[in-house]
Design a binder for this molecule. Structure first.
Ligand code: ZN
Length: 346
């Protein structure tokens, strides 16, 4: 066979099979044509056998021609095959009379835990106020949990009745507050710094309606030149307004914490009775929300920041307590019992 004859044979073969494929009446006819053309003993396979007698020069022309023909036939066969497949599917659908306009079955969908919802809302507002995210370890040494924060050795917080010690002895504890992030962050960063540290904390308490051995806090710390109680008050007011709406009011009561001086407890006007007095606020019209204060100079000094040059404020709030207010939940255990009938309401 000459190269010219080969070309003609290719064209003839292509025409012949294209016609047959278009005329095919069923999927099985298409399969028969596939075997007859591309099969081991098929027409194309047969034609390609003549390649072996060609010169190298002719093979360079003939090879691609054979490949192109094979690709064209395969494509035509596949197209026809999928035409029959679709046709068959449609016939099947018509037979079973499915009403495609019916709405689908509802798919059960999970959602975030109410504590996550509340914590995200709080950190979102804090980040709008310029606080950056910071984290610290749950298992902490006494140095970062107590010593650097000006909590003396004899302080009752260091007692085993309040604190979980790892392996029952010093020096490792499960952190009792998120304030360990303060000491760790200040050791590594120079002011100005403005961080929020949300996370899990641990206290040796038994579980009841208002206490849990594991709960969540969000720590806030702002250190710069000339930071005062006025900054604390304005930032916390903005935070509470963000959380409870423009009408939210806060008040400060003097308090004592070893790591702040002066220290305050911050109350929010009861959102359930607007200050008139109800059973949630126990008739007082105010709900205790968090502890805060101006960072004690000793804490700054312990963490390598000059208290003559810089000052700061810090606050720590319980996520559960705020979440209970936001979501009108009366019992802290609701968060941990994983009762879907309750969790699905939020
Ligand atoms: Zn009230």
């Amino acid at each position: 066979m000459t190269i010219t004859e080969f070309k003609t044979a290719c064209e003839t073969l292509q025409q012949e099979y294209q016609t047959k494929i278009s005329a095919a009446q069923s999927a099985s006819e298409v399969e028969d044509l596939r075997v007859a053309s591309l099969g081991r003993k098929g027409a194309l396979t047969d034609l390609l056998k003549s390649l072996k007698d060609f010169s190298i020069e002719d093979k360079k022309t003939a090879g691609p021609l054979g490949n192109a023909l094979k690709a064209a036939l395969t494509a035509a066969l596949d197209e026809k095959q999928s035409f029959f497949a679709t046709k068959e599917l449609n016939e099947e659908l018509n037979k079973t009379e499915i009403d495609l306009t019916l709405p689908g079955e509802p798919v059960a969908c999970g959602h975030r835990h109410p504590l996550s919802v509340a914590q995200d809302r709080m950190t979102e507002i804090l980040s709008q106020l310029g606080f950056e995210w910071a984290e610290g370890p749950w298992v902490e040494d006494e140095k970062h949990n107590f010593d650097l924060l000006n909590i003396p050795l004899h302080h009752p917080a260091r007692d085993a009745q309040d604190t979980f010690f790892v392996d029952g002895k010093m020096p490792l504890v499960l952190r009792t507050h998120t304030s360990n992030v303060q000491s760790r962050y200040m050791e590594k960063h120079k002011p100005p710094l403005r961080i929020m540290a949300p996370g899990r904390v641990f206290r040796n308490d038994s579980l009841d309606a208002t206490h849990s051995p594991v709960f969540h806090q969000i720590e806030g710390l702002y250190v710069d030149k000339n930071v005062s109680m006025a900054d604390l008050k304005s930032d916390l007011t903005a935070f509470m307004k963000g959380l409870f709406g423009d009408k939210a009011e806060i008040r400060f009561r003097p308090s004592f914490f070893p790591f702040t001086e002066p220290s305050v407890e911050v109350d929010v006007k009861c959102v359930f009775c607007q200050g008139k007095g109800c059973n949630v606020c126990k008739g007082s019209g105010w709900i205790e929300m968090l502890g805060a204060g101006v960072v004690h100079p000793n804490v700054l000094k312990n963490c390598g920041i000059d208290p003559e040059q810089f000052s700061g404020y810090a606050f720590g709030m319980g996520v559960e307590r705020l979440a209970m207010m936001m979501l009108n939940i009366k019992d802290i255990r609701t968060f941990y019992e994983n009762d879907l009938r309750i969790l699905k309401q939020f």
